[in-house]
Design a protein around this ligand. Sequence first.
Ligand code: GUN
Length: 284
Amino acid sequence: MGKIIDGKAMSTLVKDEVRAEVEAIRAAGGRIPCLCVIIVGENPASQVYVRNKVKAAAYTGIESRLIELPADTTEETLLGHIRALNADPAVDGVLVQLPLPEQIDQEKVLDAIDPAKDVDGFHPSNVAGLWIGKDCTVPCTPAGILRLIDSTGVALKGKQAVVVGRSNIVGKPVAKLLLDRHATVTIAHSRTADLGAVTRQADVLVVAAGRAGLVTGDMVKPGAVVIDVGMNRNADGKLCGDVDFASAEPVAAWITPVPGGVGPMTIAMLMQNTLRCYRRRAGR
Ligand code: GUN
């Protein structure tokens, strides 16, 4: 019988840690950390994510600013907003919600964010910092995944970890974080031959492929820790993961549900990243 990793409860714990720190800053008369979120267009999923980010900021006591731009915003206009926020000493974190409309070059936008305010950890200098082991901002979803694995008490050292998916946002950075914890890491993906043979080796299995039900119970090693990063809608419009929960849960020792697993943790780690950017900028 798999035990459920409660991402909602863990995310509350992380947000409460941040909240206590922000309260202490306030009590000491310090400037309050500030996160600025930019959304371009009306992608419904992005609107939900952004709303939840603003809500989480309010919960933790972090100030937030929301900049909502129309879908036909030019790249230059967006870059102008980013430059202004980079220059604003009261702003600690700048996040541009992805995806962006097609007239805007995502790479140019991510490159334009001051790395010291890059709460997503997507700027090339933070990506490089992660891979060479420098103190830098770690992307929120991978950081949240490590925290969820740690909450099980399962030690990563010497374990076989398999990551399914190779995105810049999740697959590649989470593989590096697992490597840092001395796991032996395999990165598999949608074109891996005999995916099940690879995933069945995993003591820790992280699935971030963006395909509903890609991993079924027969592809899970008995006793594994299974982390499902998928956020898909099934035919009935219900949110579901990349792992077929019904068949995987009885095989796994630990498993994250969708919803209520990785999703809430991503937002909690964004609050932690904002506080860290604030502290680095404030030199404390
Ligand atoms: N879109 C989907 N996930 C993310 C994320 O983690 N950060 C940003 N900025 N956009 C996203």
